[in-house]
Write a protein that binds this ligand. Structure first.
Ligand code: NAP
Length: 261
């Protein structure tokens, strides 16, 4: 008799991060799992995925839970960026609505070490307001979505790093856009900061290695970091590594085979 326990576990992986891509790589090589990677569709040329990809929002909690039910998803894994709070909160509500378990894969935040000069803020707007009022040379690692907020302090000379190239907005007369995709190296960011005479860094506490270079460069050059704390997401089972996420999937596979359903 063929039972469900013989069929692959159906996993929806909410992505947009390097962790999601590493997990996708491992799941693509696992024949007992049928996983789909979900992307918001924010970047023009996302990294090639080893898994089937679906792109675009689901339409809120109802849209996501409807998708999970329709597609017979067994497990939902949220490996989105720590600042992608909306989709993560939606996942917390949609998984129980679709009667499936949710796991978040979330890298630990960075913490300041000796030599760092950080001030922490609860929002992007507060971090920008924390810059001195006189014109400064500022590196923004806040991403494309924060460019609009920079216009609250247009007097500064900004070097703004984003994934996709674009023109600097007209209301930021002293801005340079630097289009580049991580991972970045500290020595390159040191050279970049020296080139632009950077004295202030705007950053989100993303955690992980891929974008830590700007924090290391700031430490080495004695540059001040204005760090945005992570948004509160809500309670959910969370692991910090791809290995732990794979072990969690394995637990469900065993549970299902033991039940023979
Ligand atoms: P967000 O504010 O949490 O998401 C806004 C909306 O975009 C969500 O409500 C959802 O639309 C849709 N969405 C987000 N992630 C999705 C996914 N993986 N698959 C399908 N739909 C998704 O997120 P964000 O800050 O705009 O970030 C968008 C994506 O970029 C995330 O997937 C994240 O992993 C990645 N990313 C974000 C940052 C950052 O700093 N925020 C940095 C690097 C990468 P519906 O409500 O219609 O479902």
């Amino acid at each position: 008799m063929i039972t469900n326990s013989d069929s692959p576990l159906r996993v929806l992986l909410l992505g947009g991060t390097s962790e999601a891509m590493s997990l996708a790589q491992r799941l693509a090589n696992d024949k007992t799992v049928a996983a789909t990677l979900s992307l918001a569709g924010r970047t023009a040329n996302p990294a090639a995925s080893p898994l089937p990809v679906r792109v675009g929002g689901f339409g809120g909690v109802d849209g996501l839970s409807g998708y999970l039910t329709r597609e017979n998803i067994d497990l939902l894994i949220d490996a989105t960026h720590p600042f992608a709070a909306n989709i993560s909160r939606n996942a917390i509500s949609a998984a129980p609505a679709a009667r499936i378990p949710l796991l978040a894969v979330e890298r630990p935040p960075w913490t300041p070490i000796k030599g760092d000069d950080w001030t922490e803020y609860d929002s992007i707007e507060a971090a920008i307001a924390g810059l001195p009022s006189t014109p400064q040379d500022v590196f923004s690692g806040l991403g494309r979505q924060a460019i609009a907020a920079l216009s609250g302090a247009p007097q500064h000379r900004y070097a703004i790093r984003v994934v996709d190239a674009s023109e600097p907005p007209a209301n930021l007369p002293h801005a340079t856009i630097i289009a580049a995709r991580g991972p970045f190296r500290a020595e390159d960011d040191i050279a970049l900061f020296a080139h632009h005479g950077i004295r202030h860094v705007l950053a989100k506490n993303a955690g992980g290695n891929a974008t830590y270079s700007k924090i290391e460069a700031a430490r080495q050059l004695g540059v001040k970091v204005h760090m945005v704390r992570r948004p509160a997401i809500g309670l959910r089972p969370t692991v910090t590594s791809v290995e732990e996420a794979l072990a969690w999937i394995e637990t469900y596979r065993h549970r299902r085979s033991a039940r023979g359903v």
